[in-house]
Design a protein around this ligand. Structure first.
Ligand SMILES: [Cu+2]
Length: 474
């Protein structure tokens, strides 16, 4: 749950000693109390108690930062600090983040709000925050050395600007950026429209999450910050499947999902069972004439894509990155493809030398999901997660959209597995199998093959193995 921690040391004692009337003045002159989150749960939407009204978003496995109003200014307090993030059940990573978590909390404001953000640096090195996509004074843009001096360890800087245009933005350091983003420092920023906007529709559910990636060796806790492409943990809001919460909606809800990419490669995000429109980018809402239906949209590096659809098909629908290596968790991928290789003779020989020798993946990799081979401590299984019918054989950037007609409006709880109506699940054919017709058709082509070899040639396919432990080039 959200907790409050006093970073000001003796300030609490000071305010207790002065009169009640003076307390609020003293408190308003001080920093807003930083609010911290110690759990990776998806928190319910934070309804605005002060300031102008808006319909809040829900951050997947995250939360929205509370604020205080100070003479018409919306004040937030971000604390950059080392955090322990549970990336999936049983797997904790030592990251850097904001206010107890990585990513940091989502900041939600309204178009036209004057915003003041206090940033306290509790990291072992300097930092800064860049407000990706915002219109603001140049000196508030957060590039250390260019727009401001970096925030030294132990110091607090203040950013202040008016949220000029509605949209979806991100925040992240612009000081030792490679290290600090590889360690998980990032967050989302939503500026809601101040009035009905011709290009921004009202929706029933509004989800947000960031795409991020880490390279953490199995059994280790801290990301390797020098990695450029060979990441082994592909995460949404610093969570990997089965640690990513499901997106639970009511049938016929209009749903918006805002996805920002702060990894170093692109991610084609794919939704099953529905078609969506891309209704916004970091640049703002897209003109209606530019919208067309998709089931996959590529979110490139440093981009935000906002998708919208009508959730009118009940069920548990997969929602994932379409790069198949991004729906797996850490493992050495330095494994040659063994599909179709008959190991029986060679295994007999090897077992004489290495009694424990185990053949991996000669029928594919599906066995890996059920393999009981012990993993090092603090390691997410490469692919796991049980569905209603068995292992889903996934990891990384994968979760589900759960559409239910009896989900209550505003209820974000997981409804459990979908109960399929009778006769609507793929089933085994148990009748006689007819001989495939294609053999008879083969020679009847309009363009008969010429110069074919007299004998059939058999080819053994073996995937090239270009790097050590590699996701090279992904
Ligand atoms: Cu991906």
């Amino acid at each position: 749950m959200v907790s409050r921690r006093n970073f000001l040391g003796g300030a609490g004692a000071v305010t207790a000693a002065v009169s009640a009337a003076a307390v609020s003045q003293v408190a308003m002159a001080a920093l807003p109390e930083p609010v911290l989150q110690d759990k990776p749960d998806t928190m319910p939407p934070l309804l605005p108690a002060t300031g102008r009204p808006y319909k809040p978003v829900v951050t997947l496995n995250g939360w929205t930062l509370p604020w205080r109003m100070n003479q018409g200014v919306k004040e937030f307090h971000l604390v950059a600090e080392p955090v322990v993030r549970e990336m999936s059940p049983g797997f904790k990573a030592h990251l850097w983040g904001y206010n107890g978590q990585s990513p940091g909390p989502t900041i939600e404001v309204v178009e036209g709000d004057r915003v003041r953000i206090f940033v306290t640096n509790k990291l072992p090195e300097h930092t800064s925050i860049h407000w990706h996509g915002q219109r603001l004074p140049n000196g508030m843009d957060g590039v250390a050395g260019l727009n401001q001096p970096a925030i030294p360890t132990g110091k607090t800087f203040v950013y202040e600007f008016v949220a000029r245009r509605p949209g979806t933005f991100m925040y992240h350091p612009h000081a030792d950026e490679m290290t600090q983003m590889a360690m998980g420092m990032m967050g989302f920023w939503i500026t809601h429209p101040k009035a009905k906007h011709p290009l921004i529709d009202e929706v029933d559910r509004d989800f947000v999450f960031l795409l991020n990636a880490y390279d953490i060796d199995p059994g280790a806790y801290t990301p390797k910050i020098m990695t450029m492409l060979d990441f082994n943990l592909w995460s949404w809001n610093s969570r990997v499947f089965p640690g990513i919460d499901t997106l639970n909606v009511r049938k016929n809800d209009k749903v918006r999902i805002r996805i920002g990419n702060l990894t170093m490669t692109n991610h084609p995000i794919h939704l099953h069972g529905h078609e969506f429109l891309v209704t916004g980018t970091d640049g703002g809402p897209t003109p209606r004439s530019t919208r067309w239906y998709e089931v996959t949209t590529d979110v490139a590096v440093g981009q935000m894509r906002q998708i919208e659809f009508l959730a009118d098909e009940e069920g548990d629908w997969a929602f994932h990155c379409h790069k198949s290596h991004h729906t797996m968790n850490a493992m050495g991928h330095d494994v040659p493809t063994m599909i179709g290789v008959d190991h029986r003779e060679v295994v007999k020989k090897i077992t004489k030398l290495v009694p424990d020798y185990m053949v991996m993946a000669e029928r594919g990799m599906a066995d890996m999901a059920e393999m009981t081979m012990p993993l090092p401590d603090n390691t997410a299984p490469m692919m796991s997660g049980d569905g209603r019918f068995g292992s889903v054989e996934m990891g990384g950037m994968f979760t589900m959209l759960k559409v239910r007609k009896d989900q209550k409006p505003g209820d974000y709880k997981d409804p459990g597995w979908f109960k399929h109506p009778a006769g609507t699940v793929a089933y085994e054919w148990t009748g006689a199998l007819a001989e495939p017709a294609r053999f008879k058709a083969e020679s009847a082509g309009a363009m008969p093959a010429k110069n074919m070899p007299v004998q059939d040639i058999e080819v053994q396919v073996r995937k090239p193995n270009t790097s050590k432990g590699g996701h090279a080039g992904h």
